[in-house]
Design a protein around this ligand. Sequence first.
Ligand code: S3P
Length: 441
Amino acid sequence: MPTTTFKTSPNGTLTGKLRVPGDKSMSHRSIILGSIAEGTTQVNGFLNGEDCIATMNAFRAMGVDIIQNTTTSLTIKGVGLKGLQAPKIDLDMGNSGTAMRLMTGLLAGQTFDTTLVGDKSLSSRPMNRITKPLSQMGADIVTQAEGRPPLQIKGGKHLAGIHYTLPIASAQVKSAVLLAGLYAEGETRITEPGITRDHSERMLRGFSYEVVTTGEKGENIKLQGGSVLKACDIDVPADISSAAFFMVGASIAAGSDITLEHVGVNPTRTGVIEILKLMGADITLSNHHEVGGEPVADIRIRSSKLKGIHIPEELVPLAIDEFPVIFIAAVCATGETVLSGAEELRVKESDRIQVMADGLANCGIQTDVKPDGIIIQGMEGKGLTKGTVDSHADHRIAMAFAIAGLRAKGEITILDCANVNTSFPDFVKLASGVGLAISEV
Ligand code: S3P
């Protein structure tokens, strides 16, 4: 992959209207469920990023006809629950943990063998969190040492439903078990320790598959194996995880006033809004409506004075992908921000606690790193200097430091940014269009 470097200049102001690309979690799921549904599924608002393209290519390799009408519009000719064919190649999931984990659940129930591979980052991520419950269901999956990819998934196994209590709050694990549950005999039931994104449950229902959610907060989820998914049309809203960069950017850059349009505001994803509001951000939601069972709104953000907070631990799973840029908000706030209960950040596309701390140190900001979080002394961004940051090929680290560039005293150079294309194609163009002084070399 070619190396890409971002360079930012200070003093930008974010203004105007922007629709960021489609939601990554929903785009993956639209391909997966559309492929195993009966009938033709039309997807609009699809995220044409490398992660979702990896998922699309995997289903094409298993005989599914997926027509890309435009970058954001797909027609998927579903083959039914039992219609996938043995791929002739290893399925390459690229950089995507979501693709690999969800696919493993689905592939555990097929009649044929498959091998899943990924890039350097994905090859170092833990997969035993999914192979453990899937094995309990009867799956046969061989991993490398310590549960790392590549994964060899044996076909022709009889799966039986289980009741699995997730040891960690993870939508990927929940979704992998639910997808295996479609192929399992009897009931598959999951209990979550904390609420995680529920796109799989919502989208399964959109495909007319019954999923029952109970519990005070909806933490028990169950389905019966062996029913049919019926094709439907899916409108993927803009990704709140991509919108988050502009929420923080507009909050910290003086004179900003930006509206992010048609953003998915599923309550299992809005932790970033709640956290920024607790910090004093000026965020208003309007034009609320629902598309395909998912709530959507326009989000207006105006610059404001942020203050440091203790981030409530129950909000961590609801903002799990937004912490790199929330750390930038904390640096630009007044007072201390404390994050705890977020050890999961260490096993994302990079170790997001350490990589952010190292990058901030290179830009003059010392932080106090903890095993499960970080403490940041906010000094209204004072002390944020020019510097060179290694993103460790992590898209969200790269974009977080691009936003930090708004308040740094000089140029920030961000290395290894090509993977921004996994979740946010055209980031530099769209960000420049609303006032971020950024270039790509
Ligand atoms: C995702 C779940 C989260 C998130 C990831 C997408 C999903 O991962 O970090 O970017 O689409 O299910 P975990 O389930 O590991 O928390």
